[in-house]
Design a protein around this ligand. Structure first.
Ligand SMILES: [Zn+2]
Length: 421
């Protein structure tokens, strides 16, 4: 097995939230073999990548992406207007973009057909570059619900929902995504109404539990979050109208909140710059429901509110950007992380959340999320100290996944690979 050593590098210890200076990170094949004091072991026979002047941290994990969406002004229309073949090729591009941003693991929460499973397998086999993919495949939605006709399958009634969950798992899903409320990208749906009956949702949760997989729910409005708590959803996606009561109830039930802040800023900026028209009323008949939808951009007050609920003692908060939706790029998890910091989290907390914390949520902390012996060698090299300044993550020197250099940033030529022996 070939050995690689990232020599004399400063390492971010995400558990302790501090730097470990001058270490050698030894990689054997795909995995981390050891982290030792620089020079403690002879480098003879190993491939040496100089880490002098650089900082190593674990690869980032994005807990909420859609590799099928193209981050354009209207990603739904782009998807609907494409062929399957065209879409799959775009997904290959989005997977490579994801890696270029230092994101080495993603959870994909909605993609038509079996495309995401095909991509996941191709990445695993090393045929195309991309992050490790935890995939739910098609979302489960009700007739006319959010995602129907583009991201998922329409099902109605308890038996059909049960069958849909089983069918998704049979197709290869690693988890389940259900659309509790409407969403911004599906015209005519309301973010404030729960589209499924309680019985349908309980059936979905039961089936996911039976197979020991996580069930995620798209829930924007207050009623959606309340229902997630009632039926025992594992991860609440968006939860835009979170409040303190619910945050506490979620702690009690060990639930996770993935607030997906990025689209507010990314689409908000684009709208300010005139790149995006104001959200149109899509149907005059639905306009009364439409008006009460979702805030169009996250105000500083709303961001502060987020932090106060997000920092509720013991509440598990995941870092996910909803990459692929309107103007929200696949390579960027840093905006999401910066928004966490702006709303009051410590940088060290956010680095932990976007790596080991997210890995724990996915039950993958045995294999990714930190630079530790036995885990996959998924790591990033940056110049500067990310614990001081997250924007260092916007200029990655090198991205390594499974022990292989998969991306070099503009500064990448600083990092010479030398062969020995
Ligand atoms: Zn989403």
């Amino acid at each position: 097995m070939s050995s690689l050593v990232i020599a004399d590098v400063t390492m971010v210890d995400v558990c302790e939230g501090r730097l470990a200076p001058s270490v050698d990170i030894w990689v054997a094949g795909e995995r981390i073999d050891a982290v030792v004091r620089a020079g403690e072991r002879s480098h003879d026979g190993a491939r040496v990548l100089s880490g002098a002047g650089l900082t190593a941290l674990p690869g980032l994990i994005n807990l909420h992406v859609h590799l099928c969406l193209d981050s354009s002004a209207d990603p739904r229309s782009a998807l609907v207007g494409d062929t399957r073949e065209g879409l799959l090729l775009k997904m290959v591009e989005h997977a490579a973009l994801t890696l270029s941003g230092g994101i080495t693991t993603v959870r994909d929460l909605g993609c038509p057909g079996d495309l995401i499973f095909a991509l996941r397998e191709s990445v695993e086999a090393g045929r195309v570059p991309g992050p490790r993919i935890v995939a739910c495949g098609e979302v489960i939605t009700r007739t006319g619900g959010h995602g129907s006709g583009w991201l998922g399958r329409e099902v109605d009634g308890e038996a059909a929902v049960r069958r849909a969950v089983r069918h998704q798992l049979k197709r290869g899903a690693d988890g389940i995504k259900i659309m509790l409320t409407g969403g911004v990208l599906t015209p005519g749906t309301s973010s404030h109404h729960v589209g499924f009956s309680r019985g349908e949702l309980v059936a979905a949760v039961e089936e996911a539990r039976r197979e020991n997989v996580l069930i995620a729910a798209h829930a924007q409005g207050a009623a959606g979050v309340e229902t997630c708590i009632d039926v025992g959803i594992d991860t609440v996606e968006h939860g835009t109208y979170m409040d303190a009561r619910w945050a506490e109830a979620m702690v009690e039930q060990g639930m996770t909140w993935v607030p997906t802040l990025s689209p507010h800023r990314c689409a908000g900026r684009a709208r300010q710059e005139g790149k995006l028209p104001p959200l149109a009323e899509t149907s005059p008949l639905r306009s009364t429901r439409r008006k009460e939808n979702y805030p169009r951009s996250l105000t500083p007050e709303a961001l502060g509110r987020f932090a106060s609920f997000g920092k509720t003692e013991g509440l598990c908060v995941g870092v996910g950007s909803d990459a692929g939706v309107t103007f929200t790029p696949h390579f960027d998890l840093v905006t999401e992380m910066e928004m966490f910091v702006e709303s009051g989290f410590e940088v060290s907390q956010v680095l932990h959340m976007a790596t080991l914390g997210n890995a724990e949520i996915l039950n993958l902390d045995g294999s990714v999320g930190s630079i530790e012996e036995g885990k996959y060698a998924d790591l990033l090299l940056v110049s500067g100290n990310p614990l001081d300044d997250l924007s260092t993550l916007r200029e990655l020197v090198t991205v390594i996944k499974g022990g292989e250099v998969v991306h070099r940033g503009q500064l990448g030529n600083r990092c010479g690979v030398r062969h020995r022996g």
